[in-house]
Design a protein around this ligand. Structure first.
Ligand SMILES: [Zn+2]
Ligand SMILES: [Zn+2]
Ligand SMILES: [Zn+2]
Length: 183
């Protein structure tokens, strides 16, 4: 089967930011770990072997993974850290902005731009379970303004959108999913 060619990304955040199923995911993992090394070094934080390993496992795919599944994977790889150790590692990674928690799935996914804190909107595909970040400041501002007008102090602005990515939409309805992206 010939991999479908994705439209050339002309902007950093194309509307179809979902990873191509045939992309080089090892490159994603390598970049995430290198970013984490650099960020922790710059902040004087210790990316211990365990924390780095947990981050690597969270980055095992673009699908959010739960803490229990992470523990299982660590066991498969011959390590059986106590669950609280792994939870603490996840807390550290979240505090450093290296992973996000997806509340609706009670699961974690690697952040693709962890350099600074950001408002995030997740697009979560119900077909392939892939989660992709949007960083739309307009949405974040609108939430802040609307909540502020209601006298509500927002502490978390993570928005979770459930739906279908282009690939999965095409699979479930070939007629609607086959239209090419505008150039
Ligand atoms: Zn990838
Ligand atoms: Zn992020
Ligand atoms: Zn999908």
């Amino acid at each position: 089967m010939k991999p479908r060619r994705a439209a050339a990304p002309s902007r950093k955040r194309a509307p179809d930011a979902f990873p191509d199923p045939h992309h080089d995911h090892d490159a994603c993992v390598g970049r995430a770990l290198a970013d984490a090394d650099a960020i922790c070094a710059r902040r004087g934080e210790r990316l211990t072997t365990l924390r780095r390993r947990v981050l690597e496992l969270v980055w095992g795919s673009h699908q959010p993974v739960g803490a229990y599944a992470l523990l299982e994977r660590m066991r498969e790889h011959g390590r059986s850290p106590a669950p609280p150790t792994v939870y603490r590692a996840l807390d550290f990674l979240r505090a450093q902005g290296l992973v996000h928690r997806i509340e609706s799935l009670n699961a974690f996914v690697g952040c693709d731009s962890p350099e600074r804190p950001h408002a995030v909107q997740f697009m979560i595909c119900r077909g392939c379970r892939t989660a992709v970040e949007l960083h739309d400041e307009g949405i974040a501002r609108a939430i802040g303004a609307a909540a502020g007008a209601a006298g509500f102090a927002v502490q978390s602005r993570v928005v979770e959108l459930a739906g279908l990515c282009r690939e999965c939409a095409a699979l479930s309805d070939p007629a609607s999913g086959a239209s090419p992206a505008p150039a």
